[in-house]
Design a protein around this ligand. Sequence first.
Ligand SMILES: C[S@@+](CC[C@H](N)C(=O)[O-])C[C@H]1O[C@@H](n2cnc3c(N)ncnc32)[C@H](O)[C@@H]1O
Ligand code: SF4
Length: 373
Amino acid sequence: MSGIYIHIPFCKQACHYCDFHFSTSLKHKDALIDSIVGEIDQRAENWKSEKFETIYFGGGTPSIVPVADIEKILTKLRQNFQIDNRAEVTLEANPDDLSGEKLQAYRYIGINRLSIGVQSFFDEDLQKLNRSHQARQAVEAIQQAQTAGIDNITIDLIYGIPGLTDKKWEQNIQTALDLQIPHISAYALTVEPQTALAWLIKKEKYPPVSEEQSARQFEILQRKLQENNFIHYEISNFGKEDYFSRHNMSYWKNIPYLGLGPAAHSYNGKQRRWNIANNAKYIKGMDAKNYFETEDLSPQDIYNELIMTGLRTIWGVDLQKIRLLGEDFIEYLDKNAQKYIGKSLFIEENHLKARPESLFLIEGVISDLFWVD
Ligand SMILES: C[S@@+](CC[C@H](N)C(=O)[O-])C[C@H]1O[C@@H](n2cnc3c(N)ncnc32)[C@H](O)[C@@H]1O
Ligand code: SF4
């Protein structure tokens, strides 16, 4: 089981908090889509024996480009790779791009899962984050998707937003529950350097993001979703049974994935490859094949990867996989994890796992367990 990720690097406007790779100019959109098609041609040979079970259009904002562009890429993928006919095909969409007609078209071309960027059901938060949509549009988009027959919907929410009270946060979660959403990704607002949010906080136009507020709201999220039969299967991801993101599971379970488009990463079990995060250079570099870099992974890199991905999920770190890297690694982990066992970590069926209540601060534990030469 492997996955294909396609990065569509365009957005209507820049959200204040976001440092993902995107451009707000669609000037080179056609050339870029053609380059993604060209990249598929180039990579088909190396990935032709792989069986793919998931396809994920992420961004940026894939819903900003016409459905025909998504279809063009999907057709090319189906011509060049072995794609399971029950594959999960996800598309990230922003509420203001969606209409009943467009959703029908998505369904027709084979999109069977939607990830809708809601962030908050309150207009004041959306304005603060510089989102391009209004709360009303998010509710309508979800209902229209359900009417169009796409019930496998996940929404993104953000907590820890300055001014987002616990009561409002609880209301946000309740609205998602009332809308019968089967999967939620919820992220603590992070102040990334070089973003408008970082600048606004520095200039004291926005209050700083409070760690205590985020920790409290994480607890509310866990409690409320657990009460409603959601499984908290990864730090930021909650799903009803059978609605976990099959695509993201490839990342968390160390399974190969093919990344296409600018800024996309690929992993084949031995080597990591990343495409340049610049639309013009990606397009220009296609013929000369100089639009990416690669790195062979050492056992240390693989160990760090297994720790980082495993401890974020309910499946934990497979200790047998660590052992296979060599006795040094299992001894190192054993020695360093001791102080956390019985507190934030525990061992179950030969897997090292994080306790659910420790997940909010698990990054600190993860970095402490890393192998640093
Ligand atoms: C990069 S966007 C791509 C999808 C789509 N453009 C959208 O905005 O929904 C994916 C998600 O990452 C989350 N995100 C990005 N930057 C973040 C930050 N600094 N803090 C918290 N969440 C963030 C948002 O919830 C967003 O929905
Ligand atoms: S959060 Fe989504 S819409 Fe906003 S800038 Fe980032 S990628 Fe674009």
